[in-house]
Design a binder for this molecule. Structure first.
Ligand code: FAD
Length: 344
């Protein structure tokens, strides 16, 4: 099939009706395997930062057109994820960032990679498609919806998932938020429009950025974390003290050296208060949990790829333990001399 007809024929809004009519007819006659993807030479799983920059590199090197397929769980094209805890959370009257304003690679001053950009470059993107299995011997991926994707070379760029508080602790109550994807940020912004008392759990990057945004919405904001000071893996006590004082001057309160015992729902079922291990109780209608992330490795490790602490084991060229399969971005654990155990 001509690539031009592929570009016109893909329906991005209806992932399960992806084949153009001509290809569906050929499938009926048994001449084309029933795979969801047309571009099979390179398949990249993941629609995040790494995917966007890989697509850019493929285009720059003249090897994208008709050869690269991106499979993403998200419904939108890859974007600059860091924006979600920064300009995306600006108060609504301060022109918050919204797509398509921050699709990759706009931060680097290159072309903005909107869904049309991928089509124009001949890169197939399967949106809203979650990969749930890998068969290395067949060179296929299976999807949660029951489809099959064929690859010659596979690049895994599935990133991480925000660590959740257990359900028994109230980690899934309405009003409790995690921040990883644009849908999470939309949900938080929606909560903030009705919120008055916010508790942020975690004193790392996410906690600090989200609490800064929360006070800019003029919300009563308390940050809770077990360490002695904020950003303990990065800051010295003196630098942390400087930032804590600055945050306090903007209205942020800190509860240090303590953790969440339980998030408790009110009569509506929504989170209403946060019980801490130090015995204190803080009223809250919105809670944001920023306590770390775990690499999305499960289907790939089940298929036999080797892992290290931190993700899928790769060498200095991002090759996994299986030939023709690479892992990049947050999901890859690679050798670095000054990291614990030799890998990060
Ligand atoms: C709110 C926030 C703020 C951040 N701020 C900064 C910052 O200021 N500076 C910085 O350096 N870093 C920051 N980071 C970290 C940075 O965003 C990540 O390091 C980067 O996004 C990693 O890129 P990635 O492509 O490996 O993973 P991701 O960008 O997470 O992309 C992974 C993609 O894979 C998809 N996926 C996962 N599993 C599957 C599956 N089974 N099937 C199909 N698709 C799947 C996901 O939906 C997602 O689209 C931030 C992260 C967050 C969440």
């Amino acid at each position: 099939m001509a690539l031009s007809s592929l570009k016109k024929g893909i329906s991005l809004s209806e992932p399960r009706l992806r084949f153009p009519i001509s290809l569906q007819r050929r499938r009926k006659h048994g001449t084309v395997a029933a795979h969801m993807n047309e571009n099979k030479e390179f398949v990249l799983v993941g629609g995040g930062n790494a995917a966007g920059y890989v697509a850019h590199a493929f285009v720059e090197n003249g090897i994208a057109d008709g050869r690269l397929c991106i499979v993403s769980k998200e419904k939108v094209a890859p974007y600059e994820r860091p924006a979600l805890s920064k300009a995306y959370l600006f108060p609504l009257d301060k022109s918050p960032a919204r797509l398509p304003g921050f699709h990759t690679c706009v931060g680097s001053g290159w072309e903005r990679q909107t869904p049309d950009w991928y089509k124009e470059k001949g890169i197939e993107v399967l949106y809203d498609t979650s990969v749930s299995g890998l068969d290395i011997s067949l060179g296929t991926l299976s999807t949660k919806a029951g489809g099959t994707i064929k690859y010659s070379n596979l690049i895994i760029a599935t990133g991480s998932t925000a660590t959740r508080l257990p359900e028994a602790v109230g980690g899934s109550l309405p009003g409790v938020h995690y921040l990883r994807e644009v849908e999470d940020a939309d949900s938080l912004v929606s909560s903030w429009q009705e919120a008055s008392k916010v508790v942020v759990i975690g004193g790392g990057y996410i906690g600090m950025e989200v609490s800064a945004a929360s006070v800019s919405w003029k919300l009563d904001t308390t940050v809770v974390f077990p360490e002695k000071y904020v950003m303990p893996r990065l800051f010295t006590p003196a630098i942390a003290h400087h930032y804590e004082e600055f945050y306090k001057s903007r209205g942020v309160k800190f509860e240090k050296g303590t953790s969440v015992k339980k998030l408790v729902a009110g009569t509506s079922g929504r989170v209403a208060r946060v019980e801490l291990t130090n015995g204190k109780v803080i009223d809250a209608d919105t809670v944001i949990v920023g306590v770390g992330a775990k690499p999305n490795v499960i289907p790939f490790l089940q298929a036999g790829l080797k892992s290290l602490e931190g993700g899928i084991q790769v060498d200095g060229q991002f090759r996994t333990s299986a030939p023709g399969i690479f892992a990049i971005g947050d999901v890859a654990a690679f050798p670095l001399k000054n990291c614990k155990g030799g890998a990060c």
